[in-house]
Structure formats: structure tokens, C-alpha cells
Design a protein around this ligand. Structure first.
Ligand SMILES: [Zn+2]
Ligand SMILES: [Zn+2]
Length: 70
């Protein structure tokens, strides 16, 4: 697989959308691995600080509600 930006061999893949990235074009972005509520009913997030990011796919900071899923 080649880099989305420059078509050279890729070194990794965007954590958010799956685009391939070379070392020159890879970016890093915190990635939320899991969300849960603690015993006080406040939201807590488990985050990896430096997930690979392509710079294109604009992940949202806030989770998107899915009210149709019960
Ligand atoms: Zn590249
Ligand atoms: Zn991406």
C-alpha cells in the first residue's frame, strides 16, 4: 500500500479512516480507545496520545450520538 498523499511506500495507517501514510506525511492525534462512566456517573476516556492520523479525515472531538441504536 502507498501513501495517500505522495504515492510512495507507506509506513503506517491512519487510526481513524484507514488511509496509508509514509513517514513524511503521517501526523499524530490523540485517539479515544474507550469511553465509560465512573462510579460518580461522569464520563471517563481512555486515550492513546499519539495515534497515527492522515490529516485528511477530520475526526470529531465529541462522540456522535446514535439514538437509533437502543
Ligand atoms: Zn507521503
Ligand atoms: Zn484518516
Amino acid at each position: 500500500m502507498n501513501c495517500w498523499h505522495c504515492d510512495r511506500p507507506a509506513h503506517g495507517v491512519c487510526r481513524f479512516c484507514g488511509r496509508a501514510l509514509c513517514r513524511d506525511h503521517v501526523r499524530e492525534m490523540p485517539y479515544i480507545v474507550a469511553l465509560y462512566k465512573d462510579q460518580h456517573n461522569t464520563h471517563q476516556a481512555i486515550v492513546t496520545a499519539r495515534a497515527l492520523f492522515c490529516g485528511v479525515c477530520e475526526p470529531r472531538e465529541e462522540p456522535v450520538g446514535m439514538p437509533e441504536l437502543k
